[in-house]
Design a protein around this ligand. Structure first.
Ligand SMILES: CC(C)(COP(=O)(O)OP(=O)(O)OC[C@H]1O[C@@H](n2cnc3c(N)ncnc32)[C@H](O)[C@@H]1OP(=O)(O)O)[C@@H](O)C(=O)NCCC(=O)NCCS
Length: 296
């Protein structure tokens, strides 16, 4: 078996392999979708992806891959993968003469890490909570598990709108940045990037003052993702969070989203109760594994 950097043409075979892994909770990586088209789109969306990735090839068959998605400004990377063919799982040796899932995953990690700058010293991987393979792979490479997040999904539904909710406008930036930084210190999107994005950002205005925001994203598989939501502490418990999420869902579905989804920390009962009250259904538990940073 050979570990080598991918070429652009490997993308389809990589996506096809990932589709098989994504269907199996024991191999599922929650950062990516489950269909070949969206996985290929997400691989290609990684800046210079062929320079920060490795594939495992066994007698002309692509049997594994790992991509590092890097934010150089933050000095942090996210691992998309490892994806290793499921026939490598299950026995000590895998198929006759072949490397096991763990050997392939470890070699992919070592080879990919070696081509990524050492200045990038924060790393995050993620696996379905049921994946003992990904947990063991992460532990072998020094990752620490952090609290899991629940993946929630809401199917197409008639969602309400609220006159206090409106798109972010010029002049809202500082308030949104302050809310975001206070609610999500150290998260993957900085306050600057949040307000600079062209993705939907809604705010709720109470008596002429913005006291909450919700940030959404149209994803490559046609779904709508709710990325961040926060209400100022003094205004919580008054239905403002619910109004923001409901309005966001309304807008996402109106723009053609096939379904709405989000992740929420397992240990955030307030937000989980809010999403449950809006009909979001729990899909899976995603466990992040981190090196060099933790999220509070
Ligand atoms: C989560 C958050 C946005 C909720 O905003 P909010 O305006 O207080 O929520 P709402 O008043 O609209 O509450 C809607 C429902 O959520 C649930 N809920 C809200 N706060 C709750 C709490 N402290 N405990 C239990 N349930 C709670 C209730 O089911 C509530 O419905 P009810 O009032 O009919 O019982 C707010 O607590 C917040 O900004 N938290 C910090 C950031 C965060 O955790 N964001 C979510 C990340 S995914």
């Amino acid at each position: 078996m050979e570990i080598r950097p991918p070429v652009a043409d490997d993308c389809e075979a990589m996506a096809a392999l990932a589709v098989q892994c994504q269907a199996d909770p024991a191999l599922h990586v929650p950062y990516l979708g489950s269909d070949a088209e969206s996985i290929a789109a997400d691989i290609r969306a990684v800046d210079q992806w062929t320079d920060t990735s490795m594939v495992a090839v066994d007698r002309d068959r692509l049997v594994g891959w790992l991509v590092a998605e890097i934010d150089h400004e933050m000095g942090r990377l996210w691992w998309l993968g490892p994806f290793v063919a499921s026939d490598r799982v299950g026995s000590e040796t895998g198929p006759a003469g072949a490397d096991t899932w763990h050997e392939v995953a470890d070699r992919l990690y070592a080879a990919t890490r070696a081509v990524v700058s050492s200045a990038v010293d924060e790393e995050e991987a993620c696996g379905d909570e049921r994946s003992a393979a990904i947990a063991a792979w992460a532990a072998r490479h020094g990752f620490e598990p952090d609290p899991a997040s629940v993946l929630l999904r809401r199917e197409r539904s008639v969602a309400a709108t609220d006159p206090r909710v409106r798109p972010m406008a010029t002049g809202d930036e500082a308030t949104i940045e302050a809310l975001h930084t206070a609610a999500f210190p150290g998260t993957h999107t900085t306050a600057d990037a949040l307000v600079a994005s062209t993705e939907p950002r809604l705010v709720i205005d109470v008596g002429g003052r913005v006291v909450g925001y919700v940030a959404c994203e149209h994803q490559s598989d046609g779904s709508g993702y709710i990325d961040f939501l926060a209400v100022e502490p003094g205004h919580r418990g008054q239905g403002l969070g619910r109004a923001l999420v409901d309005h966001a869902c309304h807008d996402l579905f109106a723009a053609g989203a096939s379904y709405a989804h989000l992740t929420v920390r397992e240990d955030n009962p307030a937000a989980r109760a809010l999403y449950a009250s809006l009909g979001f259904v729990e899909e899976r538990l995603a466990r992040p594994y981190r090196i060099g940073f933790r999220l509070p």
